[in-house]
Ligand binder design. Structure first.
Ligand code: F6R
Length: 607
């Protein structure tokens, strides 16, 4: 098994790292946290200790990792201590403050805990611990763990952690250390955690990205596992019974996959990687569509109807893919916002639910699919995620690590994976003629070249436009039919990384109210789709009111001439490359952080 088969699900808001090394822990913890910063970046902290060295010595700081580095430079920790834990936070419980940053400690300061996940019974435990005399110094649910470990006594740390964990409800990936014991204890339940052997000891993290270049393989903790890192590793269950180590998983991502390399930022890199990601996915899927193997390989029952469930960019990708199920496979297909999901009256119990989520950890999606009675297919970039584990079948997007918070290559591969699935259903159940399916397969095969061409064209155009658009307070993204999901995606990208308002809207709807917003300062991005007549009419109407029209089209005179002349059932996917570049160039002009936009984190594990 390789990492890309098994591990990418390890993705949640916040990041934790831990180590038990013979060398200095700081030298591992800080670069590892840097790699995890995309999971959360409103505060960070580390705690280190060593045999007989007291502590744990803890430093925390509000802001990005650089703020923590500044603190450490001003007030260095004792050097050479090899045992440590670290955390980078995206606040869910409690405001962003130093007190709420991890690691959290017990009353005596001798236990340090980092935690990912949510403890559902934290309020009750806090009340009970307070009644028993514990003093809390943060508002964070995670702090209860430090006090529970303290209360479990002065015996072995691993036993104290086990006793603490037995009292928790919710989800956790935990790394705990103590000044009294020269070890780190790991525990997990419904929140990912991996551990591996580095050159000078053991390292662990909530996300494999943190360990790239440090380990050749890792072991994935399963729910209930308790792992003790001393100068060796031992696995036990919740009752203390010894377990064999979980099987090793080869790390087949290179360290460079999690570095920007020649690019300015991860978003630029990940936009540029789209043609290659599309090619990789299509090479796997295309040969299996027409002969029915793709569908048969999923092992799902026949499909009377389909519903997509997703959020954000994944919702837009779902809308594009759903058209293939409707138009080519002729199946009744709905698309539901996961946070609003209610089983639709009349949807057959054995209808197929396709949950689309790059991370596979989005709480809204996980909560929505709890209620579905029929087969569940996960379309995800994280094939060992909670969603994938819950699903009856998984279609892996194989986009590689996406570090930029804004979805780019995961969106593109979701559309391609979803479209391939729709064609696979059409082929397997004879719902379209073999000739029609073959023609659509050929159109899918052309996508990597179209994306390549769109990439080459879009970057300079977007770059040249950005200065002119910098003062525009808001934007419309307009399209029709199959272009609508892309207009919505363009608006979302612009909003999240430029902090300007943007609305994705059907061209025909403008005249029913929103046109009142248009004046000389309003750029309107028109994504061509279907018959141009009505789009041209809408563009003319807006131009007459002073709007600046930015056209994404097939004709050479379009602002972004990136679309194929013929529109496939999944719509003008190439347009998204232009829209991503537009958002990114404007964000850079406005001085925004394209990879880590404010208030956002890569994966939203809260309802
Ligand atoms: C936007 C973006 C978000 C996610 C949404 C769902 O760029 O990334 O809108 O698409 O939070 O996330 P996943 O796909 O992980 O379920």
């Amino acid at each position: 098994m390789t990492v890309t088969d098994d591990l990418r699900g390890g993705i949640v808001v916040c990041g934790i790292v831990a180590c038990r090394l013979t060398g200095g822990a700081e030298e591992f913890l800080l670069p590892a946290l840097r790699r995890l910063e995309y999971r959360g970046y409103d505060s960070a902290g580390i705690a280190v200790t060593g045999p007989g060295q007291g502590g744990p010595h803890t430093v925390r700081a509000v802001g990005r990792l650089d703020a923590l580095l500044g603190r450490l430079a001003a007030r260095p920790l004792p050097t050479g201590l090899g045992i440590g834990v670290g955390h980078t936070r995206w606040a869910t419980h409690g405001v962003v403050s130093e007190a709420n940053a991890h690691p959290h400690r017990d009353c005596s300061g001798s236990v340090a805990v980092v935690h990912n996940g949510i403890l559902d019974n934290a309020d009750q435990l806090r009340a009970e611990l307070t009644r028993r005399g514990h003093r809390f110094s943060s508002e964070v649910d995670s702090e209860v763990v430090a006090h529970l470990v303290e209360e479990a006594g002065a015996g072995r740390l691993v036993d104290a952690v086990r006793t603490a964990v037995r009292q928790l409800h919710g989800s956790w990936a935990l790394a705990v250390t103590s000044g009294r014991a020269a070890e780190v204890v790991l525990a997990c339940h419904r929140s990912p955690l991996v551990v591996g052997l580095a050159e000078d000891g053991y390292v662990a993290a909530s996300d494999l990205t943190a360990l790239l270049g440090t380990v050749g393989h890792v072991h994935v903790l399963q729910d209930g596992d308790i792992v003790e890192l001393t100068d060796q590793i031992s696995w036990t269950d919740g009752h203390g019974a010894a377990l064999p180590p979980r099987p090793p998983v080869t790390v087949d991502w290179a360290a460079e996959d999690a570095e920007t390399g020649v690019y300015e930022d991860f978003m630029e890199k990940e936009i540029a990687e789209q043609p290659a990601a599309a090619r990789r996915l299509l090479e796997r899927l295309l040969p299996q569509i027409v002969d029915g193997r793709l569908w048969a390989g999923l092992g799902l029952p026949p499909v009377p109807a389909v519903r997509f469930v997703a959020c954000g960019s994944s919702l837009h990708a779902s809308a594009a893919a759903a058209r293939v199920f409707r138009r080519v496979a002729g199946l009744p297909t709905t698309v539901a916002v996961a946070s609003e999901f209610e089983p639709e009256p009349g949807f057959p119990d054995h209808g197929l639910t396709v949950a689309v989520s790059q991370s596979g950890e989005t709480a809204d999606v996980l909560s929505a699919v709890e209620a579905v009675p029929g087969p569940l297919l996960a379309l995800t970039n994280s094939p060992s995620s909670s969603l994938a584990r819950r699903a009856d079948a998984v279609l892996d997007c194989t986009a590689g690590p996406e570090i930029g918070v804004a979805a780019t290559k995961t969106f593109t591969t979701q559309v391609i994976g979803g479209a391939a699935l729709g064609l696979a259903v059409a082929a397997a159940f004879g719902r379209a003629s073999p000739a029609a399916v073959t023609a659509h397969v050929a159109a899918l095969a052309r996508l990597p070249d179209l994306l390549d061409a769109a990439q080459l064209t879009s970057f300079p155009v977007a770059d040249a436009l950005a200065d002119d658009l910098a003062d525009a307070p808001g934007f419309f993204f307009v399209s029709r039919g199959a272009g609508l999901p892309y207009a919505a995606e363009g608006a979302l990208k612009l909003k999240e990384i430029t902090y300007r308002w943007a609305e994705g809207i059907a061209a025909g709807e403008l005249k029913h109210g929103p046109i009142a917003l248009i004046d000389e300062s309003t750029p309107v991005v028109v994504v061509d789709s279907g018959s141009r007549t009505r789009l041209n009419g809408a563009a003319a109407e807006m131009r007459a009111r002073g709007a600046r029209i930015i056209r994404v089209g097939a004709e050479p005179e379009a602002t972004f001439p990136v679309l194929a002349a013929d529109e496939p059932p999944w719509g003008p996917l190439e347009s998204v490359v232009a829209l991503q570049h537009l958002a990114r160039s404007l964000a850079i002009t406005l001085g925004r952080d394209t990879d880590k936009p404010r208030n956002l984190a890569k994966s939203v594990t809260v309802l």
